[in-house]
Design a protein around this ligand. Structure first.
Ligand code: SF4
Length: 431
Protein backbone atom coordinates (compact mmCIF):
# COMPACT_ATOMS: atom_id res chain seq x y z
CA UNK A 1 0.00 0.00 0.00
CA UNK A 2 1.29 3.46 -0.81
CA UNK A 3 0.58 6.24 1.67
CA UNK A 4 1.01 9.85 0.47
CA UNK A 5 2.50 12.38 2.92
CA UNK A 6 3.71 15.77 1.61
CA UNK A 7 6.22 14.87 -1.11
CA UNK A 8 7.34 11.68 0.61
CA UNK A 9 5.52 8.47 -0.22
CA UNK A 10 5.64 5.39 1.99
CA UNK A 11 5.49 1.94 0.43
CA UNK A 12 4.80 -0.89 2.86
CA UNK A 13 5.75 -4.52 2.40
CA UNK A 14 8.35 -3.98 -0.30
CA UNK A 15 10.42 -7.07 -1.13
CA UNK A 16 14.20 -6.98 -0.83
CA UNK A 17 16.12 -9.24 -3.20
CA UNK A 18 19.64 -8.53 -1.97
CA UNK A 19 19.79 -12.06 -0.58
CA UNK A 20 17.78 -15.28 -0.82
CA UNK A 21 15.72 -14.53 2.30
CA UNK A 22 13.65 -12.10 0.21
CA UNK A 23 12.37 -10.14 3.22
CA UNK A 24 8.97 -8.77 2.17
CA UNK A 25 8.27 -6.49 5.12
CA UNK A 26 10.42 -3.53 4.09
CA UNK A 27 8.99 -0.04 4.48
CA UNK A 28 10.31 2.35 1.84
CA UNK A 29 10.20 6.14 2.01
CA UNK A 30 10.32 7.57 -1.49
CA UNK A 31 10.69 11.12 -2.73
CA UNK A 32 10.39 11.62 -6.47
CA UNK A 33 12.71 9.08 -8.08
CA UNK A 34 14.78 8.41 -4.98
CA UNK A 35 14.35 5.91 -2.16
CA UNK A 36 15.30 7.79 1.00
CA UNK A 37 14.85 5.08 3.62
CA UNK A 38 14.37 1.33 3.75
CA UNK A 39 13.10 0.57 7.25
CA UNK A 40 13.40 -3.03 8.51
CA UNK A 41 16.05 -3.78 5.87
CA UNK A 42 19.48 -4.89 7.10
CA UNK A 43 22.57 -2.97 6.02
CA UNK A 44 22.96 -5.15 2.92
CA UNK A 45 19.33 -4.61 1.94
CA UNK A 46 19.46 -0.90 2.71
CA UNK A 47 22.44 -0.33 0.45
CA UNK A 48 20.67 -2.30 -2.28
CA UNK A 49 17.47 -0.24 -2.05
CA UNK A 50 19.34 3.05 -1.80
CA UNK A 51 21.75 2.16 -4.62
CA UNK A 52 21.60 3.95 -7.91
CA UNK A 53 19.51 1.44 -9.89
CA UNK A 54 17.69 3.98 -11.97
CA UNK A 55 19.76 6.15 -14.23
CA UNK A 56 17.31 8.28 -16.17
CA UNK A 57 20.13 9.79 -18.21
CA UNK A 58 21.06 6.45 -19.77
CA UNK A 59 19.98 6.01 -23.38
CA UNK A 60 17.05 3.60 -23.80
CA UNK A 61 18.92 1.45 -26.31
CA UNK A 62 22.11 1.37 -28.37
CA UNK A 63 23.64 -0.65 -31.19
CA UNK A 64 27.45 -0.65 -31.53
CA UNK A 65 27.54 2.24 -29.05
CA UNK A 66 25.12 4.44 -31.05
CA UNK A 67 21.83 5.41 -29.41
CA UNK A 68 18.80 4.01 -31.29
CA UNK A 69 15.06 3.61 -30.53
CA UNK A 70 14.18 0.54 -28.47
CA UNK A 71 12.20 -1.07 -31.33
CA UNK A 72 15.21 -0.78 -33.65
CA UNK A 73 17.51 -2.39 -31.05
CA UNK A 74 15.03 -5.25 -30.50
CA UNK A 75 14.81 -5.75 -34.27
CA UNK A 76 18.62 -5.92 -34.50
CA UNK A 77 18.73 -8.35 -31.58
CA UNK A 78 16.11 -10.59 -33.21
CA UNK A 79 18.04 -10.62 -36.47
CA UNK A 80 21.27 -11.64 -34.67
CA UNK A 81 19.57 -14.42 -32.72
CA UNK A 82 17.58 -15.86 -35.63
CA UNK A 83 20.67 -15.95 -37.86
CA UNK A 84 22.96 -17.42 -35.20
CA UNK A 85 23.90 -21.09 -35.56
CA UNK A 86 24.58 -21.65 -31.86
CA UNK A 87 23.19 -18.84 -29.66
CA UNK A 88 23.51 -18.95 -25.88
CA UNK A 89 21.29 -17.30 -23.26
CA UNK A 90 22.90 -16.47 -19.89
CA UNK A 91 22.27 -14.22 -16.88
CA UNK A 92 18.69 -14.84 -15.68
CA UNK A 93 19.35 -14.80 -11.92
CA UNK A 94 18.30 -11.16 -11.47
CA UNK A 95 15.22 -11.51 -13.70
CA UNK A 96 11.65 -12.17 -12.58
CA UNK A 97 9.96 -15.55 -13.04
CA UNK A 98 7.95 -13.98 -15.84
CA UNK A 99 11.08 -12.85 -17.71
CA UNK A 100 12.87 -16.15 -17.06
CA UNK A 101 9.89 -17.96 -18.52
CA UNK A 102 10.06 -15.87 -21.71
CA UNK A 103 13.82 -16.43 -21.95
CA UNK A 104 13.18 -20.20 -21.77
CA UNK A 105 10.59 -19.92 -24.55
CA UNK A 106 13.04 -17.90 -26.63
CA UNK A 107 15.75 -20.55 -26.11
CA UNK A 108 13.29 -23.20 -27.25
CA UNK A 109 12.39 -21.21 -30.37
CA UNK A 110 16.02 -20.48 -31.26
CA UNK A 111 17.48 -23.90 -30.42
CA UNK A 112 19.81 -22.11 -28.01
CA UNK A 113 21.78 -23.24 -24.98
CA UNK A 114 20.45 -21.64 -21.81
CA UNK A 115 21.57 -21.56 -18.20
CA UNK A 116 21.55 -19.21 -15.21
CA UNK A 117 24.70 -17.48 -14.07
CA UNK A 118 24.93 -19.22 -10.71
CA UNK A 119 25.33 -22.67 -12.30
CA UNK A 120 28.87 -23.11 -10.92
CA UNK A 121 27.45 -22.99 -7.40
CA UNK A 122 24.17 -24.71 -8.25
CA UNK A 123 25.40 -27.67 -10.29
CA UNK A 124 27.09 -29.59 -7.41
CA UNK A 125 23.95 -29.17 -5.29
CA UNK A 126 21.66 -30.24 -8.12
CA UNK A 127 23.81 -33.24 -9.08
CA UNK A 128 23.93 -34.34 -5.43
CA UNK A 129 20.16 -34.02 -5.02
CA UNK A 130 19.55 -35.87 -8.29
CA UNK A 131 21.62 -38.74 -6.92
CA UNK A 132 20.38 -38.85 -3.35
CA UNK A 133 17.04 -37.00 -3.25
CA UNK A 134 16.39 -34.27 -0.71
CA UNK A 135 14.10 -33.60 2.21
CA UNK A 136 13.40 -29.88 1.98
CA UNK A 137 11.02 -27.54 3.80
CA UNK A 138 9.67 -24.03 3.62
CA UNK A 139 10.83 -21.33 6.02
CA UNK A 140 7.37 -21.45 7.58
CA UNK A 141 7.68 -25.13 8.43
CA UNK A 142 11.12 -24.55 9.99
CA UNK A 143 9.82 -21.61 12.06
CA UNK A 144 6.82 -23.55 13.32
CA UNK A 145 8.47 -26.92 13.98
CA UNK A 146 12.26 -26.87 14.25
CA UNK A 147 13.53 -27.58 17.76
CA UNK A 148 17.10 -27.81 16.55
CA UNK A 149 18.70 -25.76 13.80
CA UNK A 150 22.15 -26.61 12.48
CA UNK A 151 23.77 -23.88 10.36
CA UNK A 152 26.37 -25.62 8.22
CA UNK A 153 29.02 -23.54 6.45
CA UNK A 154 27.10 -20.28 6.28
CA UNK A 155 28.02 -16.79 7.46
CA UNK A 156 24.64 -15.05 7.75
CA UNK A 157 26.08 -11.78 9.10
CA UNK A 158 27.78 -11.34 5.73
CA UNK A 159 25.38 -13.01 3.28
CA UNK A 160 21.90 -13.34 4.87
CA UNK A 161 21.88 -10.82 7.72
CA UNK A 162 18.29 -11.30 8.94
CA UNK A 163 18.48 -15.10 9.07
CA UNK A 164 18.60 -15.10 12.87
CA UNK A 165 15.57 -12.82 13.18
CA UNK A 166 13.62 -14.63 10.43
CA UNK A 167 14.29 -18.30 11.24
CA UNK A 168 16.22 -18.75 14.48
CA UNK A 169 14.67 -16.36 17.02
CA UNK A 170 11.12 -16.33 15.71
CA UNK A 171 8.43 -18.11 17.75
CA UNK A 172 6.50 -20.81 15.88
CA UNK A 173 3.34 -22.77 16.50
CA UNK A 174 5.16 -25.68 18.12
CA UNK A 175 8.12 -23.57 19.32
CA UNK A 176 6.33 -20.69 21.09
CA UNK A 177 9.47 -19.70 23.01
CA UNK A 178 11.33 -18.90 19.77
CA UNK A 179 15.11 -19.01 20.24
CA UNK A 180 14.79 -20.18 23.85
CA UNK A 181 12.93 -23.26 22.64
CA UNK A 182 15.58 -24.23 20.09
CA UNK A 183 19.05 -25.67 20.13
CA UNK A 184 21.29 -23.94 17.61
CA UNK A 185 24.49 -25.54 16.34
CA UNK A 186 27.01 -24.03 13.96
CA UNK A 187 29.66 -25.45 11.67
CA UNK A 188 31.96 -22.72 10.37
CA UNK A 189 35.62 -21.98 9.85
CA UNK A 190 35.89 -20.72 13.46
CA UNK A 191 35.22 -17.03 12.85
CA UNK A 192 31.53 -16.62 11.89
CA UNK A 193 29.34 -14.19 13.85
CA UNK A 194 26.70 -16.87 14.45
CA UNK A 195 29.04 -18.56 16.95
CA UNK A 196 28.15 -15.79 19.38
CA UNK A 197 24.48 -16.89 19.49
CA UNK A 198 24.89 -20.65 18.99
CA UNK A 199 24.70 -23.34 21.69
CA UNK A 200 27.57 -25.23 20.13
CA UNK A 201 30.05 -24.77 17.30
CA UNK A 202 32.53 -26.90 15.41
CA UNK A 203 35.20 -25.44 13.15
CA UNK A 204 35.66 -27.30 9.86
CA UNK A 205 38.35 -26.21 7.41
CA UNK A 206 37.49 -25.52 3.82
CA UNK A 207 37.76 -28.77 1.85
CA UNK A 208 36.95 -30.92 4.91
CA UNK A 209 33.15 -30.70 4.94
CA UNK A 210 32.54 -34.10 3.34
CA UNK A 211 34.67 -35.82 5.97
CA UNK A 212 32.99 -33.82 8.73
CA UNK A 213 29.50 -34.79 7.55
CA UNK A 214 30.61 -38.41 7.23
CA UNK A 215 31.88 -38.27 10.82
CA UNK A 216 28.50 -36.99 12.02
CA UNK A 217 26.72 -39.55 9.86
CA UNK A 218 28.79 -42.38 11.32
CA UNK A 219 27.86 -41.20 14.82
CA UNK A 220 24.15 -41.05 13.88
CA UNK A 221 24.30 -44.58 12.49
CA UNK A 222 26.23 -45.89 15.49
CA UNK A 223 29.13 -47.06 13.35
CA UNK A 224 32.22 -47.89 15.39
CA UNK A 225 34.94 -45.51 14.18
CA UNK A 226 38.64 -45.10 14.81
CA UNK A 227 38.77 -41.91 16.96
CA UNK A 228 42.20 -40.90 15.70
CA UNK A 229 41.13 -41.27 12.07
CA UNK A 230 37.86 -39.36 12.61
CA UNK A 231 39.67 -36.45 14.28
CA UNK A 232 42.38 -36.38 11.65
CA UNK A 233 39.88 -36.27 8.77
CA UNK A 234 37.08 -34.15 10.26
CA UNK A 235 39.16 -31.89 12.49
CA UNK A 236 37.07 -32.64 15.63
CA UNK A 237 36.98 -35.49 18.16
CA UNK A 238 34.55 -38.35 17.68
CA UNK A 239 32.95 -37.64 21.07
CA UNK A 240 31.91 -34.18 19.93
CA UNK A 241 30.31 -35.57 16.76
CA UNK A 242 28.58 -38.22 18.88
CA UNK A 243 27.10 -35.55 21.18
CA UNK A 244 25.74 -33.65 18.13
CA UNK A 245 24.38 -36.90 16.66
CA UNK A 246 22.53 -37.55 19.94
CA UNK A 247 21.04 -34.03 19.91
CA UNK A 248 19.85 -34.46 16.31
CA UNK A 249 18.34 -37.88 17.03
CA UNK A 250 16.55 -36.60 20.13
CA UNK A 251 15.10 -33.51 18.42
CA UNK A 252 11.55 -34.21 17.17
CA UNK A 253 12.20 -31.90 14.20
CA UNK A 254 15.51 -30.42 13.10
CA UNK A 255 16.66 -28.33 10.14
CA UNK A 256 20.09 -28.08 8.54
CA UNK A 257 20.65 -24.75 6.79
CA UNK A 258 23.49 -24.70 4.28
CA UNK A 259 24.80 -22.43 1.56
CA UNK A 260 27.39 -22.10 -1.17
CA UNK A 261 30.33 -23.18 1.01
CA UNK A 262 29.34 -26.85 0.71
CA UNK A 263 28.96 -26.60 -3.07
CA UNK A 264 32.56 -25.41 -3.31
CA UNK A 265 33.57 -28.97 -2.37
CA UNK A 266 31.63 -30.38 -5.31
CA UNK A 267 28.63 -32.67 -5.11
CA UNK A 268 30.18 -35.01 -2.52
CA UNK A 269 29.59 -32.78 0.52
CA UNK A 270 25.94 -32.08 -0.33
CA UNK A 271 25.29 -35.72 -1.19
CA UNK A 272 26.76 -36.69 2.21
CA UNK A 273 24.45 -34.14 3.85
CA UNK A 274 21.39 -35.57 2.10
CA UNK A 275 22.40 -39.11 3.15
CA UNK A 276 22.72 -37.83 6.72
CA UNK A 277 19.15 -36.57 6.46
CA UNK A 278 18.04 -40.01 5.24
CA UNK A 279 19.70 -41.59 8.29
CA UNK A 280 18.05 -39.14 10.69
CA UNK A 281 14.66 -39.53 9.04
CA UNK A 282 14.54 -43.22 9.89
CA UNK A 283 13.83 -42.30 13.54
CA UNK A 284 12.96 -38.57 13.64
CA UNK A 285 12.32 -35.69 11.24
CA UNK A 286 15.12 -33.58 9.74
CA UNK A 287 14.98 -31.24 6.72
CA UNK A 288 17.53 -29.34 4.63
CA UNK A 289 17.20 -25.63 3.81
CA UNK A 290 19.55 -24.45 1.05
CA UNK A 291 20.13 -20.69 1.11
CA UNK A 292 20.10 -18.97 -2.29
CA UNK A 293 22.14 -15.92 -3.16
CA UNK A 294 20.85 -12.50 -4.24
CA UNK A 295 18.22 -12.02 -6.96
CA UNK A 296 16.13 -14.91 -8.21
CA UNK A 297 18.44 -17.92 -8.71
CA UNK A 298 15.90 -20.32 -7.19
CA UNK A 299 13.33 -19.01 -9.69
CA UNK A 300 15.70 -19.59 -12.63
CA UNK A 301 16.19 -23.23 -11.59
CA UNK A 302 12.45 -23.76 -11.13
CA UNK A 303 11.46 -22.12 -14.43
CA UNK A 304 14.05 -23.97 -16.49
CA UNK A 305 13.03 -27.25 -14.85
CA UNK A 306 9.33 -26.59 -15.42
CA UNK A 307 9.69 -25.40 -19.01
CA UNK A 308 12.72 -27.33 -20.29
CA UNK A 309 13.11 -30.26 -17.89
CA UNK A 310 16.42 -29.30 -16.22
CA UNK A 311 17.48 -26.49 -13.88
CA UNK A 312 20.77 -25.41 -15.52
CA UNK A 313 22.78 -25.93 -18.73
CA UNK A 314 20.04 -26.94 -21.15
CA UNK A 315 21.02 -27.46 -24.80
CA UNK A 316 18.14 -27.15 -27.30
CA UNK A 317 20.25 -27.28 -30.47
CA UNK A 318 18.74 -30.59 -31.63
CA UNK A 319 15.16 -29.38 -31.22
CA UNK A 320 14.77 -31.20 -27.91
CA UNK A 321 15.96 -30.15 -24.47
CA UNK A 322 19.13 -31.93 -23.40
CA UNK A 323 20.47 -31.52 -19.86
CA UNK A 324 24.24 -31.21 -20.10
CA UNK A 325 25.46 -30.01 -16.70
CA UNK A 326 29.12 -30.52 -17.56
CA UNK A 327 29.50 -29.02 -21.02
CA UNK A 328 26.44 -26.86 -21.77
CA UNK A 329 27.10 -23.96 -19.45
CA UNK A 330 26.51 -20.90 -21.70
CA UNK A 331 29.74 -19.19 -20.59
CA UNK A 332 31.74 -22.34 -21.25
CA UNK A 333 30.20 -22.57 -24.71
CA UNK A 334 31.04 -18.91 -25.32
CA UNK A 335 34.64 -19.05 -24.16
CA UNK A 336 35.34 -22.30 -26.01
CA UNK A 337 34.23 -20.71 -29.29
CA UNK A 338 31.15 -22.95 -29.69
CA UNK A 339 28.66 -20.05 -29.44
CA UNK A 340 28.13 -17.41 -32.09
CA UNK A 341 25.74 -15.04 -30.25
CA UNK A 342 25.08 -14.22 -26.59
CA UNK A 343 21.87 -12.92 -25.04
CA UNK A 344 22.60 -11.75 -21.51
CA UNK A 345 19.41 -11.30 -19.48
CA UNK A 346 19.69 -8.89 -16.55
CA UNK A 347 23.45 -8.37 -16.48
CA UNK A 348 25.86 -5.69 -17.67
CA UNK A 349 29.00 -5.86 -19.75
CA UNK A 350 31.70 -7.50 -17.67
CA UNK A 351 35.01 -9.23 -18.20
CA UNK A 352 33.33 -12.38 -19.47
CA UNK A 353 31.64 -10.45 -22.25
CA UNK A 354 34.56 -8.16 -23.10
CA UNK A 355 36.94 -11.14 -23.41
CA UNK A 356 34.55 -13.21 -25.55
CA UNK A 357 35.84 -14.63 -28.84
CA UNK A 358 36.19 -11.99 -31.53
CA UNK A 359 33.13 -11.35 -33.67
CA UNK A 360 30.53 -12.85 -31.32
CA UNK A 361 27.69 -10.30 -30.94
CA UNK A 362 26.23 -9.63 -27.48
CA UNK A 363 22.67 -8.58 -26.65
CA UNK A 364 22.34 -7.02 -23.21
CA UNK A 365 19.00 -6.53 -21.43
CA UNK A 366 19.12 -4.88 -18.02
CA UNK A 367 18.74 -1.70 -15.97
CA UNK A 368 22.27 -0.51 -16.78
CA UNK A 369 22.68 -2.25 -20.12
CA UNK A 370 23.37 0.94 -22.03
CA UNK A 371 25.86 2.36 -19.52
CA UNK A 372 28.88 0.85 -21.27
CA UNK A 373 28.20 0.24 -24.92
CA UNK A 374 30.75 -1.18 -27.29
CA UNK A 375 31.09 -2.40 -30.88
CA UNK A 376 29.23 -5.66 -31.41
CA UNK A 377 26.84 -4.95 -28.53
CA UNK A 378 23.09 -4.39 -28.73
CA UNK A 379 22.02 -2.91 -25.39
CA UNK A 380 18.47 -2.29 -24.16
CA UNK A 381 17.82 -0.59 -20.82
CA UNK A 382 15.01 -2.13 -18.76
CA UNK A 383 13.39 -1.56 -15.39
CA UNK A 384 14.97 -2.96 -12.22
CA UNK A 385 12.85 -5.69 -10.59
CA UNK A 386 11.72 -4.54 -7.17
CA UNK A 387 12.66 -0.91 -7.79
CA UNK A 388 10.69 0.19 -10.86
CA UNK A 389 9.69 -3.16 -12.34
CA UNK A 390 7.21 -5.66 -10.90
CA UNK A 391 6.91 -9.42 -11.18
CA UNK A 392 7.63 -12.44 -9.02
CA UNK A 393 10.76 -13.88 -7.38
CA UNK A 394 11.34 -17.20 -5.63
CA UNK A 395 12.68 -17.16 -2.08
CA UNK A 396 15.40 -19.73 -1.19
CA UNK A 397 12.66 -22.19 -0.18
CA UNK A 398 10.88 -21.74 -3.54
CA UNK A 399 7.99 -19.76 -2.09
CA UNK A 400 7.02 -17.18 -4.71
CA UNK A 401 6.75 -13.56 -3.61
CA UNK A 402 5.49 -10.54 -5.54
CA UNK A 403 7.79 -7.56 -5.99
CA UNK A 404 6.31 -4.16 -5.21
CA UNK A 405 8.03 -1.58 -7.39
CA UNK A 406 8.65 1.69 -5.60
CA UNK A 407 8.65 3.97 -8.62
CA UNK A 408 7.16 4.40 -12.05
CA UNK A 409 9.56 3.05 -14.66
CA UNK A 410 11.56 5.14 -17.11
CA UNK A 411 12.44 2.14 -19.27
CA UNK A 412 10.29 -0.78 -20.48
CA UNK A 413 10.21 -3.83 -18.24
CA UNK A 414 12.49 -6.74 -19.10
CA UNK A 415 9.36 -8.82 -19.55
CA UNK A 416 8.03 -6.42 -22.22
CA UNK A 417 11.35 -6.38 -24.07
CA UNK A 418 11.62 -10.18 -24.05
CA UNK A 419 8.00 -10.57 -25.20
CA UNK A 420 8.66 -8.22 -28.13
CA UNK A 421 11.96 -9.95 -28.93
CA UNK A 422 10.19 -13.33 -28.93
CA UNK A 423 7.53 -12.04 -31.29
CA UNK A 424 10.12 -10.42 -33.64
CA UNK A 425 12.06 -13.71 -33.75
CA UNK A 426 8.87 -15.64 -34.55
CA UNK A 427 8.08 -13.21 -37.38
CA UNK A 428 11.59 -13.43 -38.87
CA UNK A 429 11.56 -17.24 -38.67
CA UNK A 430 8.22 -17.41 -40.45
CA UNK A 431 9.61 -15.55 -43.50
S1 SF4 B 1 18.27 -10.25 5.05
FE1 SF4 B 1 18.52 -10.27 2.84
S2 SF4 B 1 16.47 -10.01 1.96
FE2 SF4 B 1 16.39 -9.41 4.14
S3 SF4 B 1 16.69 -7.21 4.14
FE3 SF4 B 1 18.73 -8.15 4.44
S4 SF4 B 1 19.58 -8.38 2.35
FE4 SF4 B 1 17.36 -7.96 2.15
Amino acid sequence: MTTPSSDIRVLNDATCSACGLLCDDIVLSISGHRILKADRACELGRSWFLGNHRVETLPPASVDGITVPVAEAIGRAASILVNARAPVIAGLTSATLESQSLAARLADRLGATIGPDHSEEATPRLLAIQRSGAVLASFGEVIHRAKLILCWGIDPARTHPRLRERLIDRPGRFVPEGRAGRTVLVVDQSVSECRSWADGAIAVSSGRHTEAIQALRGAVRGVAADPIRVERHSGSPVDLWQSWADLLKRAPYSAIIFGAELAREGASAIEALMRLLDDLNTTTRCVAVPLAGPGNPAGAEAILTGRLGAPVSVDLADGIARYRPVDADPWLRLQSGEADALLLVGEDLDERTTTRPKGVPVILLGPNATARSAPGVVAIATGMPGIDDGGTFYRSDEVSLPLRPAMTPVHPSMHEVLATLLSYCATLQSH
